[in-house]
Each structure stands twice: as C-alpha cells, then as structure tokens.
Design a protein around this ligand. Structure first.
Ligand code: SF4
Length: 192
C-alpha cells in the first residue's frame, strides 16, 4: 500500500503539472485574473476532495499548525473557504502555495460537453468585466487550442487514492478531513 508521504508527493507532482498547464493556457488564450480578485474563493458551494489538500495538511503538520487549523475549522460556521482573507487591507488565499486542485484549475480550465469536447469555463467576473476576453478564450478552445480539462486532472488525482480522490464535499470539510488524515496518521506513528 502506498504510504501517506508518497501520496503527498504524488499529489504535489499533479499540482505542479496543473500549474504548468494552466500557465500555458493563460498565455495562449491571453487571459489573467482581475487584479486583487478572489471572487471564486467567495462562492459558498465550492467542493473539493480531501486528497487534493493532503500536501497542505502535511505542511500544516510540519509547521506545527495542524491542531490550530483543525480547531479553527471545528468552530467555523461559514460555507466560504476558511483560508480566504477577509480583512479589507489584505487580499487572497492564506495558503496559496499549497492550495487545492480546484483552486488551481478554476477559471483556467474546461469542462466537457455531452460529446466529450472541452468547453472553456470562464469565471463569472471575467464574463462580466471582460466579455470579449472570455469569448476569445472560448473560441481558442473551440478552435482546438490546448486547455486543461478539469475531469482529466481529477481522474489522475483519483488514481493516487480512489477512496479520498473521488469523495467530493464542501471545501472546508475537505480541508478538515485532510488535516484529520494526517493527524491520525502521525498520532498512530508516534504511539507505535
Ligand atoms: S484554499 Fe485558497 S485558493 Fe482555495 S478556495 Fe480557499 S482561499 Fe481560495
């Protein structure tokens, strides 16, 4: 059976490949996020898997922050991601380098239509504020331009660990579950 650390490494390597592919797509389709926008993190219905947050949980353990974040998540009642900065003078994700797969893909990826063809999934803000940019990126994809397809990366994620890689839940729950997996793993290892 694959060790927890090995799983963390495999998820990290998938995250790197997502970052590389979205970077290429952004360059070719000429799209970028609006400055200081984090609207996609404000959605109440973001779902994720615990597996994609395993590297985050591992780093939280290494930094000695795991139990604190578990407590914060236990007290949390909001549906918005707990790591979105809410202060007026600060912006963005508190755990950006170790954020999940969906956080990396959103806005720079495609879903597939009923025939399996990729359809660019522009974010709401881009569609509202720069509709011509969103439609140009859509046309780039229709014309055969290479685009990261969300389901492809989630299939690759699930191949690392089918049980946690296929189990989608609200993002805060997924983050909490990842922290619990690492917590109980380390507790067991320390008491063995
Ligand atoms: S983990 Fe970070 S990037 Fe992902 S939804 Fe939360 S605040 Fe946004």
């Amino acid at each position: 059976m694959i060790s927890l650390y090995h799983k963390v490494q495999k998820v990290e390597s998938l995250q790197k490949s997502v970052d590389k592919d979205t970077k290429v797509f952004k360059r070719h389709a000429c799209i970028e996020c609006e400055s200081f926008c984090a609207e996609c993190c404000r959605y109440n219905d973001v779902t994720a898997t615990s597996l994609e947050f395993l590297p985050f949980a591992w780093h939280a353990y290494k930094l000695g922050l795991l139990e604190q974040w578990l407590e914060d998540l236990e007290k949390n009642e909001s549906q918005q991601c707990i790591f979105l900065r809410q202060d007026a003078d600060k912006w963005g994700c508190k755990i950006y380098p170790v954020r999940g797969l969906i956080c990396r893909l959103f806005g720079f990826s495609a879903i597939t239509d009923k025939n399996g063809r990729p359809v660019y999934a522009a974010c709401r803000i881009l569609k509202q504020h720069r509709p011509e940019t969103a439609s140009r990126a859509g046309l780039y994809v229709v014309g055969g331009g290479k685009v990261p397809v969300i389901s492809t990366y989630y299939r690759r994620l699930a191949s690392i660990d089918p049980s946690t890689g296929n189990d989608f839940m609200p993002i805060n729950q997924a983050i909490k579950k990842a922290l619990e997996i690492v917590y109980f793993h380390c507790l067991y290892r320390e008491s063995a």
